[in-house]
Design a binder for this molecule. Structure first.
Ligand code: HEM
Ligand SMILES: *[C@@H]1O[C@H](CO)[C@@H](O)[C@H](O)[C@H]1NC(C)=O
Ligand SMILES: *[C@@H]1O[C@H](CO)[C@@H](O)[C@H](O)[C@H]1NC(C)=O
Ligand SMILES: *[C@@H]1O[C@H](CO)[C@@H](O)[C@H](O)[C@H]1NC(C)=O
Length: 325
C-alpha cells in the first residue's frame, strides 16, 4: 500500500517536472534513449586528454564561447566553406583543434550506439564537465536536452564575448546579458586556472600601459618581468603562455590566489581583485576551495542553460560541423 503511494507520488512529481515543459534541461535526459552516453564520452575524453593536455582548456573555452554566441547550441562547431561561421570570427584563436576534435570523436563514438539521438551541444556540455574533472576540478551532474542551432555567423560574435581589457562593469554587463551574476562571472573566470594565452592578448600590460607607466602597476613586478621574458616585444604571434603561472595544469582555486598576489594575466582577471566590489568574493575563493567549487558548479550549470533550444526547436545534427540540410 505504502509502496503504491510512493509510486504514484513519484509519477506525479515526474509529471509536474516534465510539465514544466519546453526550455528546461534535465539531468539523465538520455536515460532511456542512450543510457550509456556519459560512459562512452568519459572514455573518449580520457583518451584525448592522454594524447594532449590542451584538450582540457580548449574544450572548456569552446563551451563558453558556444554559450555566449547564439546560446549553448553547438553553433561554434560549424565549419563554413566561406569562412564566415562563428569559429572563423577574429576571437577564435585557440578554439581550433583539440576542442573540436574531442567533440567529433565523441560524436563518432555515440553515433555507433545511438544514432541521431545526442545533440552536439550536449556533447560539448558533457565534454566540458569531463575535462574539468580530469584536471582535478569539481565533479557535477550536467543538465541535458539541448538541441543544435541552425545559425552560425562570425558576424554575431563581435560584442558578445568579453575582452581581456574589460573592467568590472563591462564584465558584469556582458555576463548579465546571459543571466549570470557577478559571483557567477567571478567563479567562471576561475577557468583561467588552466590553459594558454597568446602574448598579444596582454602585451599592453607590459609594454604600453600608459605613456608614463609602460608596465601596468597592478602587476606584481617579478611577474611582469617573467611575462616580458616569455613574451618579448615582436614575439612570434603563435607563442602562447600559461595563464596560471603556479599550477597551470590543475583546475584549482590557485587562480584566485594569483589575483591576490597580483599575478592575474589579463586586466579582466586582475580587476576582480582590484575592484572593491568584487574583491571579497576573490578573497573567499582564494581561501576556501570548497566555496569556489560550489560557486563554479552553480555558475557553469547556469552557463549551460543560456539560450538553449529544446523540444522541437533546432535539430540533432548528424555531423557536428555541418547543419543537417
Ligand atoms: C571573464 C571574461 C573573460 C575574458 C575577457 C576571457 C578572455 C580570454 C582570452 C583573451 C584568452 C586567451 C586566448 C588566446 O590567446 O588564445 C582566454 C583563454 C581561455 N579562456 Fe577565457 N575569458 C573570459 C572568461 C572565460 C570563461 C568564463 C571561461 C570558461 C567558462 C574561460 C575559459 C578559458 C580557457 C579555458 C582559456 C584557455 C584556452 C586554451 O588554452 O586553449 N574564459 N580567455
Ligand atoms: C580564425 O579567424 C581568422 C579570421 O579572423 C581565420 O583566418 C582563421 O582561419 C580562423 N581560424 C580557425 C582555426 O578557424
Ligand atoms: C592596447 O591598448 C590600446 C589603447 O588602450 C587599445 O586600443 C588596444 O585595443 C589594446 N590592445 C589589446 C590587444 O588589448
Ligand atoms: C534569461 O532568463 C530569462 C528568464 O528565465 C529567459 O527568458 C531568457 O531567455 C534568458 N536569457 C538567456 C540569454 O538565456
Amino acid at each position: 500500500m505504502e509502496k503504491l503511494y510512493f509510486r504514484s507520488l513519484y509519477l506525479l512529481i515526474i509529471l509536474i517536472l516534465s510539465g514544466r515543459g519546453e526550455g528546461q534541461l534535465v539531468q539523465n535526459f538520455y536515460s532511456s534513449t542512450c543510457p550509456n552516453v556519459e560512459n562512452i564520452f568519459r572514455q573518449v575524453v580520457l583518451t584525448k586528454v592522454k594524447q594532449t593536455f590542451v584538450t582540457i582548456p580548449a574544450t572548456i573555452r569552446l563551451f563558453f564561447h558556444d554559450c555566449f554566441v547564439e546560446g549553448c547550441d553547438g553553433s561554434v562547431l560549424i565549419a563554413s566553406p566561406n569562412s564566415d561561421a562563428e569559429k572563423d570570427a577574429p576571437d577564435n584563436l585557440s578554439l581550433a583543434g583539440d576542442g573540436f576534435d574531442t567533440v567529433v570523436k565523441a560524436k563518432q563514438a555515440v553515433e555507433a550506439q545511438c544514432p541521431g539521438v545526442v545533440s552536439c551541444s550536449d556533447i560539448l556540455a558533457i565534454a566540458a564537465r569531463d575535462v574539468v574533472l580530469q584536471a582535478g576540478g569539481p565533479a557535477y551532474n550536467v543538465e541535458l536536452g539541448r538541441r543544435d542551432g541552425t545559425i552560425s555567423k562570425a558576424s554575431r560574435v563581435a560584442g558578445n564575448l568579453p575582452e581581456p581589457t574589460f573592467d568590472l562593469t563591462q564584465l558584469n554587463t556582458i555576463f548579465a546579458k546571459n543571466n549570470l551574476s557577478q559571483t557567477d562571472m567571478i567563479a567562471l573566470s576561475g577557468c583561467h586556472t588552466v590553459g594558454f594565452s597568446h602574448c598579444s592578448r596582454f602585451a599592453n600590460r607590459t609594454y604600453s600601459f600608459s605613456p608614463s607607466n609602460p608596465v601596468d602597476p597592478t602587476l606584481d613586478p617579478a611577474y611582469a618581468q617573467q611575462l616580458m621574458q616569455e613574451c618579448p616585444q615582436n614575439v612570434d604571434p603563435q607563442i602562447a603562455i600559461n595563464m596560471d603561472p603556479v599550477t597551470p595544469q590543475v583546475f584549482d582555486n590557485v587562480y584566485f590566489q594569483n589575483l591576490v598576489a597580483r599575478k592575474g594575466l589579463f586586466t579582466s582577471d586582475q580587476v576582480l581583485f582590484e575592484d572593491p566590489a568584487s574583491q571579497p568574493t576573490v578573497l573567499d575563493f582564494a581561501r576556501n576551495p570548497g566555496d569556489f567549487n560550489r560557486a563554479f558548479i552553480t555558475a557553469i550549470t547556469k552557463l549551460g542553460r543560456v539560450g538553449v533550444k529544446t523540444g522541437n526547436q533546432g535539430e540533432i545534427r548528424r555531423d557536428c560541423s555541418a547543419f543537417n540540410s
